[in-house]
Design a protein around this ligand. Structure first.
Ligand code: NAP
Length: 455
């Protein structure tokens, strides 16, 4: 029997072990879920909403336990773990309040006596999810999926299996019928067997580009719909009229929140020549002052990365960028302590072709890039394989909006860090993926958009 070992990234110590489930057991569970789907799909929005409000309550009632678990398993600073659970509860309530409207039939005037579009559930959906927001990423998929009348099956990241089982348990506690949502502790090598199961109708993946390509191609071979939420290396443009205190506060929090491991984090800072030196000086000061420490301590600004191997990979990327001519301004050394810690690091004067410019740095490392004017800043921002969530910092909102409209990304925010919001669609372009989550756009990804015509 294969085992998943969970290591606390702050201490390097093993904290739990979970037995992997066999492919045969998984297939039996999926078969049961398919049967459950036949009743679940006929429940009303009101019945589902009642359970969803209850799920929000369960998440809030167990907030401290779930937050501590997430922090233990993947190193998130405890205050941010608590906020993550609160956000999960708000998504439950958003879809409980709004699904009836979001999925209401849409009448279309034609020469028919009656013609309209209706949104019907499609069946059992597999979600392959990452560790970085171990509760939120799952809830963001599962809540709209179940509200639409589908079934959710989770393959979570191996290092957060405690969170995966806690989410499954939260659905049970809320009273969802057995089989409407469950966790499969399988290794990623068995994802192919699951996608190929005839009862799985669609797959959503949030994770890295290689995992996305693999899952999307297997699903494509089987003609199953996918949504891909992949990586990002988005640009934040710091214009010459920006308030430098505000800009550097946003940059510091944007780069270090979730210990630097957020898909939509500010990663590349494209700074106009006129304020480049001033920005870099103040940003360096604030990044240096941010306290690295145990994620359970209240005064910690950022904790360890989620796994040692990921920390070591990030360090290799930093070294590569420096060898390509990038200037190390801060950090860049693995600290001499237990755990997967990496210090706040700044790489400046980056150019296309350098590792820190071209690829995602998924940890507390900022890339700073000089641009002579707005036009060059837009070109540098768009010179990326990714396009998830970018930003513009300026005192002139009109100028900011004009630039935001030209950035190749799923979201572009002016004077605010990109953050997902259940009322707005979330997703990427280019190698950041395709499809949308959240809002009406997200819930309609996994439904049969069906035409009815009565003559
Ligand atoms: P990852 O290594 O791709 O893992 C994500 C999930 O995919 C895990 O459950 C993993 O399982 C599974 N997996 C990995 N390789 C697979 C394969 N070949 N076939 C099937 N499943 C596979 O990514 P991560 O390191 O957990 O997360 C970091 C990445 O996710 C970053 O690039 C980040 O930007 C991106 N991300 C994107 C969003 C978004 O909304 N766009 C949100 C968060 C994160 P195992 O753990 O068992 O390997």
């Amino acid at each position: 029997m294969e085992i998943t070992k969970i290591i606390n990234p702050a201490t390097g110590k093993k904290i739990a072990e979970y037995d992997r489930i066999s492919v045969n057991e998984v297939k039996n569970k999926i078969k049961t879920s398919h049967q459950v789907f036949n009743t679940w799909k006929n429940t009303s929005f009101d019945e589902r909403a009642k359970l969803m409000y209850k799920l929000a309550d369960v998440l809030e009632e167990n907030k401290e336990e779930y937050a501590q678990l997430a922090t233990r398993e993947m190193g998130k600073v405890i205050g941010q773990s608590r906020k993550e659970i609160e956000k999960c509860a708000s998504i439950c309530r958003y879809y409980a309040d709004n699904t009836k409207d979001l999925l209401a039939n849409q009448t279309v005037k034609t020469e028919a006596e009656k013609s309209y579009v209706t949104f019907q559930p499609i069946g059992v959906i597999l979600a392959v999810m990452p560790w970085n927001f171990p509760f939120y990423q799952v809830i963001r998929f599962a809540v709209p999926a179940l509200m639409a009348g589908n079934i959710g099956v989770l393959k979570h990241a191996s290092n957060v299996q405690g969170c995966a089982f806690a989410i499954e348990d939260a659905f049970k506690k809320a009273g969802f019928p057995d089989g409407t949502f469950f966790n499969l502790n399988i290794s990623s090598k068995h994802v192919k067997d699951i996608i190929e199961d005839k009862h799985i109708v669609a797959v959503t993946l949030t994770g890295s580009d290689p995992a996305g390509r693999s899952v999307a191609s297997i699903a494509g071979q089987n003609l199953k719909k996918t949504v891909m939420e992949l990586g990002g290396s988005d640009a934040y443009l710091i214009l010459d009229d920006a308030d430098m205190e505000k800009a550097t506060d946003l940059a510091t929090f944007g780069r270090l929140q979730n210990n630097g491991q957020t898909c939509i984090a500010a990663k590349r800072f494209v700074v106009l020549d006129a304020v480049y030196d001033e920005f870099l000086k103040l940003f360096t000061k604030k990044m240096k002052e941010a306290k690295m420490g145990l994620p359970t301590d209240d005064d910690t600004y950022y904790g360890p990365m989620s796994r040692k191997d990921l920390r070591d990979e990030l360090h290799e990327q930093v070294k590569k960028t420096i060898s390509q001519g990038g200037r190390l301004v801060l950090g860049g050394e693995i600290p001499d302590r237990e755990g997967a810690f990496y210090p706040a690091t700044i790489l400046a004067d980056l150019k296309p072709g350098m590792e820190g410019f071209d690829n995602e740095l998924f940890g507390p490392v900022a890339s700073v890039i000089r641009a002579k004017d707005d036009q060059e800043a837009i070109e540098l921002a768009n010179n990326s394989q990714f396009g998830l969530g970018s930003g513009v910092i300026t005192e002139n909102k009109e100028r900011g909006e004009k630039i935001a409209l030209q950035l190749e990304a799923g979201s572009s925010y002016v004077n605010k860090l990109v953050a997902s919001d259940p009322r707005l669609p979330f997703g990427g372009v280019k190698n950041s993926g395709y499809g949308r989550e959240l809002s009406g756009y997200g819930i309609r990804e996994f439904v049969n958009t069906k035409t009815i015509w009565i003559d």
